[in-house]
Write a protein that binds this ligand. Structure first.
Ligand code: AGP
Length: 604
């Protein structure tokens, strides 16, 4: 998604903007630009398709102390210099994250066509602000334009004749702001300016933010002043840096033991799950008749694990909904339904809108979110924060494992309050969960072996991930990881389903990653594996068996530490993450910023 940064203060702005954009690169983008006030008060713009380094190459020395910067993830219009932000029209320059859904109507209604040179919805907004800007009063222009807009937006705007001032307004798309002795900052997310200030606030929706060298003020569209609600960052800049790893993704894979411990420890009291510190009441779990889990991508696959665990383990009906589908279905949700939304960023628009729909049917909404103060966290009735720290790589790894761990805590709490688990069973369950971090630490030692075996994957065009039960849910995440960073087509399949069609795709050398950690279906999975092996598949088997050397079953066996079946998923997923990672790097690809993808999908 687009990255936004703005600064005004005592320091020279250009380097702050460029460095900020470099810190926002992880969000995924295809062009970049900055705008700043020159000494004579005019507005200068530098922008280009390409990376921040390409933007740097066209920037010239200047001492401007107020400016805005943007990295664009193309939605409307191709990747061109003209479509890059900032967009300038007359006396206004602005940057934008979001989609103005009614921009065609606005062009027609306000006769803006003549003012436009790009293909973007954003430039239409710039033309509209310019049309309503009288050359003196930016607030008045904003008050007139914002009610005309439909869709999501986070704007940073600078107006001629108002040097050193930045104005901002948002709806749905995220924006945070901070002020310190050096000046004031605004950005899509904290990573852009965290080294300057650990105190920040979420820009309220539809509030007009005015940023000057003296500080920041907020007002409603009608002019009513608003006090910012300041938050304290719970991580430092090093957490958002690579700490010696070649990529953020490898760092985050290796952070998983600590991330899980940070997430579960505050929710375990006397060996049992305890959400009192999260202000999540027992009643939320006592009366929940059924559960709907809503998310996208990896977060949804964590939800699939939660479903399998809760439904099979406790006999409570659980539905997992793809957020973008849920919004247009007729969901069967009653006031006794518990809705759990899962999101690392807390800003995924499909999940946020699905939450809003769910809230019209039940007050029992619980968010599992990694970013403090994010939209989904703020709009849910209850929130269980995961403490993975900032996840910078586009491919989600530690967020998946901490989300899954959160579901294990929830499952245990549900079992206890609904008398489906004895206290002894719950104590054992939680002890097994607490052991997960050590189990993962053992798996991380296999990285060299896994890097070696992925050499066999580099030229693959199709791969399959197969398993049953929890292994089947895990295979979905494994397939997504491989697809999104190695660009190899991968498909997850219920092992028992292969023979109903898909096995036709198995030919000599096709890689099949087979997951066989669930004892109650182990022999069945082995039979399914033999079926693909017999047709020439190259099988990588993950199981807790000592050492499988039978060539009719697999080519490579990765033995996992013996743990109770329900907890094998944590160690197995780390193997799958490393398979995807080393396949990607083995192909010379950028595992942190895969093509076409963004870290947080804040547009529909
Ligand atoms: C996962 O590796 C992807 N980056 C993507 O599927 C992601 O999980 C999905 O977009 C949901 O993001 P969220 O957790 O921030 O809502």
């Amino acid at each position: 998604m687009c990255g936004i940064i703005g600064f005004t203060g005592k320091l020279e702005a250009q380097e702050i903007l460029l460095e900020g954009l470099e810190k926002l690169e992880y969000r995924g983008y295809d062009s970049a630009g900055i705008a700043y006030f020159k000494e004579n008060g005019s507005i200068s713009i530098r922008k280009t398709a390409g990376k921040v380094k390409d933007l740097r190459a066209i920037c010239d020395e200047n001492t401007a102390t107020c400016g805005i910067g943007h990295t664009r993830w193309a939605t409307h219009g191709g990747v061109t210099n003209a479509n890059a932000h900032p967009h300038k029209c007359g006396n206004v320059a602005l940057i934008h994250n979001g989609i103005i859904e009614n921009y065609h109507e606005l062009v027609a209604t306000y006769d803006l066509e003549k003012d436009l040179i790009s293909e973007t919805d954003t430039e239409v907004a710039a033309a509209l602000f310019n049309k309503f800007y009288d050359g003196e009063n930016p607030i008045a222009a904003i008050q007139k334009v914002v009610p005309l807009l439909k869709g999501s937006f986070a704007f940073c705007i600078i107006f001629k004749n108002n040097p050193d001032m930045i104005y901002a307004v948002r709806n749905v798309s995220p924006m945070v702001a901070a002020t310190c002795k050096d000046g004031s900052f605004i950005a899509s997310d904290l990573t852009a300016f965290i080294q300057y200030s650990k105190k920040y606030f979420i820009v309220p929706e539809y509030a007009i933010l005015t940023m000057s060298k003296e500080g920041i003020s907020l007002q409603e569209l009608d002019g009513t002043p608003i006090e910012p609600e300041f938050l304290e960052v719970n991580w430092d800049i090093t957490a958002a840096q690579k700490d010696g790893y070649p990529t953020f993704m490898l760092k985050e894979i290796n952070e998983q033991p600590a991330a899980i411990t940070r997430t579960i420890a505050p929710r375990i009291h006397n060996g049992l799950p305890d959400f009192s510190a999260d202000n999540i009441p027992e009643s939320l779990f006592e009366n929940c008749h059924d559960i709907t889990i809503i998310a996208c991508g990896t977060a949804m696959y964590a939800g699939m694990v939660g479903k399998t665990l809760i439904q099979d383990f406790l006999g409570i009906p659980v539905t997992v909904a793809i957020a973008s589908e849920f919004r247009y279905e007729k969901p069967v949700i009653t006031e006794d339904s518990l809705v759990i939304v899962v999101s690392q960023s807390g800003e995924t628009i499909d999940t946020l809108e699905a939450l809003r729909l769910a809230k019209t049917k039940t007050a029992k909404t619980l968010a599992i979110v990694n970013v403090k103060g994010s939209s989904i966290a703020r709009e849910s009735n209850y929130v269980l924060y995961t403490h993975a720290g900032p996840e910078i790589a586009v491919a989600s790894t530690k967020a998946y494992t901490v989300q899954t761990a959160a579901f294990y805590l929830i499952a245990c709490k549900l079992g206890l309050v609904q008398n489906k688990l004895t206290k002894t069973e719950a104590l054992e369950f939680i002890q097994n969960l607490q052991n997960v971090s050590d189990n993962i630490a053992e798996i991380l030692k296999l990285s060299a072996n896994i890097e070696e075996l992925t050499k066999r994957m580099l030229n693959a065009t199709d791969t399959f991930f197969i398993g049953r039960g929890l292994d089947y849910t895990l295979s979905m995440e494994g397939a997504l990881k491989l697809k999104e960073i190695s660009y190899i087509h991968a498909e997850a399949y219920a092992a028992g389903e292969l023979k109903h069609g898909t096995i036709a795709l198995i030919s000599e050398g096709v890689p099949v990653i087979a997951l066989a950690t669930q004892g109650h279906v182990y022999s069945k999975v082995i039979s399914n594996i033999r079926e693909v092996k017999a047709r020439g598949a190259y099988v990588i088997l993950l199981s807790m068996e000592e050492n499988v050397t039978d060539a009719s079953i697999c080519d490579v066996h990765i033995p996992l530490p013996k743990v109770p079946d329900q907890f094998a998923i944590f160690e197995a997923v780390v193997v799958l993450q490393m398979i995807a990672y080393y396949t990607s790097t083995g192909k010379g690809l950028n595992a942190d910023q895969p093509r076409n993808l963004a870290k947080s999908v804040t547009v529909e």
